[in-house]
Design a protein around this ligand. Structure first.
Ligand code: MG
Ligand code: ZN
Length: 369
């Protein structure tokens, strides 16, 4: 009985070794460099400094998915014309790798349009996507796909979506596509280009393939505390599933847009509820990356908002007391968290523009300077 079972174990181990070595050989062919990633999921918590993260962790009774990231660094957020960045210059630093002026969308400090990481990825045949809880034409997502002098030009930004072949975008901002000064109906145009169009009543979990343009609100989505439900984690899951159908890999940016808005209004519970919701999207991305093993996940912020400080708390009951020193952004460094192939490169302290280079390098794309 003993010998028999040991023989079985031995046989099983031989098979296991054989299967494992086959797997390693296969992955060595497809992924020769361990620092290279097939996919990048880039998650931006707008206005998310260390205090916002820790307030969220405390409100969530002591844990966040974010803690699963083994590599942490810091990003210097200053823009080209101001010590305190706005979200447009902050996101453009990530998308084109250049410091630019506050308000700039995908253009450099001289106002010249520069190819974004999303556009470079698309050129190389990767699938691309954007997800946000603001309008999809708002500064942060806009900086990855549009080239406009000012962030307020949301109708022009919406039209820039049609100049690309982005595979999936999910957020608010329907009115910038349909109620336009130029009379164009961009939804009709998107449909003609082969996009499946979804509105606020659409169940995102039902979308299983194809290109998706989901505009789930006229402008921004409601606060999570006011009925947004599981929109952000579901949208993140939907985007990953659709993009992963393409064999060449993908670049996806997901924004927790409203952490920033809680900072602007100095509302601790707005910050913590948005932070916890954003962390659910982080969990979806990390779960995918853990199984996929060729996906680099980066989580960071464009800047801190509110000068938030935690003045008291209770992990057991998830209570947080905080105060704010401003209703604007601050100049702090913000943390960067990384998981997956190439994650080590995100340790240290560097300019926000370096995040562009590190992501481009991880995807094997040529850094444009
Ligand atoms: Mg934003
Ligand atoms: Zn802001």
């Amino acid at each position: 009985m003993k010998t028999k079972s040991m023989g079985y174990v031995h046989k099983k181990n031989t098979w296991l070794v054989l299967i494992l070595s086959l797997c390693f050989t296969a992955s060595a062919f497809s992924q020769s460099d361990k620092s290279k990633a097939k996919n990048v999921i880039f998650l931006i918590g707008d206005g998310m400094g260390v205090a916002q993260i820790y307030a969220g962790l405390t409100a969530n009774q002591g844990t966040l998915n974010l803690e699963r990231c083994p590599h942490v660094g810091f990003s210097k957020t200053q823009s080209s014309d101001d010590y305190i960045t706005d979200s447009a210059a902050g996101a453009t630093a990530f998308s084109i790798g250049k410091k630019t002026y506050n308000g700039a969308i995908g253009v450099d400090s001289a106002g010249i349009p520069c190819e974004t990481i999303l556009e470079s990825a698309e050129k190389k045949g990767l699938a691309t996507g954007l997800v946000a809880t603001s309008s999809i034409t708002h500064a942060t997502p806009a900086a990855f796909i549009a080239h406009q002098a000012k962030r307020s030009m949301e109708q022009e930004i919406a039209a820039d979506f049609l100049k690309t072949d982005i595979d999936v975008f999910i957020g608010g901002g329907l009115r910038y596509f349909t109620q336009r000064a130029d009379g164009r109906n961009l939804l009709t145009e998107l449909k003609a280009k082969g996009y499946m169009i979804a509105d606020s009543t659409y169940d995102l979990t039902k979308c299983k393939n194809g290109r998706l343009a989901a505009l789930m609100a006229s402008d921004y989505l409601p606060r999570v505390s006011q009925g947004r439900g599981s929109f952000l984690p579901v949208a993140t899951q939907t985007a990953i599933q659709l993009l992963n159908l393409k064999s060449k890999g993908f670049f996806l940016m997901v924004e927790g847009s409203q952490i920033d808005w809680g900072g602007h209004t100095n509302e601790t519970s707005y910050v913590t509820s948005e932070m916890i919701d954003f962390d659910k999207a982080i969990g979806i991305a990390l779960d995918f990356a853990r199984t996929d093993r060729h996906t680099l996940v980066i989580i960071t912020a464009d800047h801190e908002t509110g000068g938030m400080a935690i003045t008291g708390g209770d992990m057991t009951h998830g209570k947080v007391e905080a105060s704010f020193v401003t209703k604007s952004h601050t100049g702090d460094m913000v943390p960067v968290f990384a998981f997956g192939p190439g994650a080590e490169a995100f340790s240290g302290i560097y300019e926000n523009t370096a995040i562009y280079e590190k992501m481009m390098n991880a995807l094997g794309l040529k850094v444009l300077k």
